[in-house]
Write a protein that binds this ligand. Structure first.
Ligand code: CA2
Length: 145
């Protein structure tokens, strides 16, 4: 049976492609989802791609991933910089989690330089535009081989 990777997206990522193309590029989240499914088809893995604006929903999905996924790529959006709950949820599950960002958060406002989830994840990929998603899936594939 093929592996499943969860790709989880946090607040405001449903707005991608509509505003701030200079920071996040012109792709919508649906375009990025299609790219992730293409990666899955080429690499023999299933992609479960989700977005929520609610912190607790993201916590629930991380818990769900523990028993139904081989790994998680998460763009936690602004919760990256604020959420102890996401940090604890990532630590509570025994599968690799990759933190990803479309933009280079370190080249932006100072409040984006700190990640509360970085210490809990396997690794961080940021600044490659939508390619950050594919690089994260490639990392998960390699880590779970
Ligand atoms: O660069 C990333 O992927 C971020 O996770 C995106 C978050 C931001 O809070 C993080 O610091 C870095 C923002 C999500 C998208 O926000 C939009 C705002 C306006 C228009 C479109 C999207």
């Amino acid at each position: 049976m093929s592996k499943t990777f969860f790709v989880l997206n946090g607040p405001n990522l449903n707005m991608l492609g509509r505003r701030e193309p200079g920071i996040y590029g012109g792709k919508t989240l649906a375009d990025i989802e299609a790219d992730c499914h293409a990666f899955g088809a080429e690499n023999g893995c299933a992609i479960d791609f989700r977005q929520s604006n609610h912190e607790g929903v993201l916590v629930d999905w991380l818990h769900e991933a523990a028993y139904s996924a081989a790994g998680v790529a998460i763009n936690a959006g602004a919760y990256t910089h604020t959420s102890v709950a996401l940090h604890d949820a990532i630590r509570a599950i025994g599968i690799p989690v990759i933190e990803l960002h479309i933009s280079n958060v370190h080249a932006r406002e100072e409040f984006r330089h700190k990640s509360l989830i970085a210490a809990a994840v396997k690794g961080v990929i940021c600044g490659f535009g939508p390619l950050s998603y594919i690089l994260s899936l490639q990392a998960l594939k390699t880590l779970t081989q």
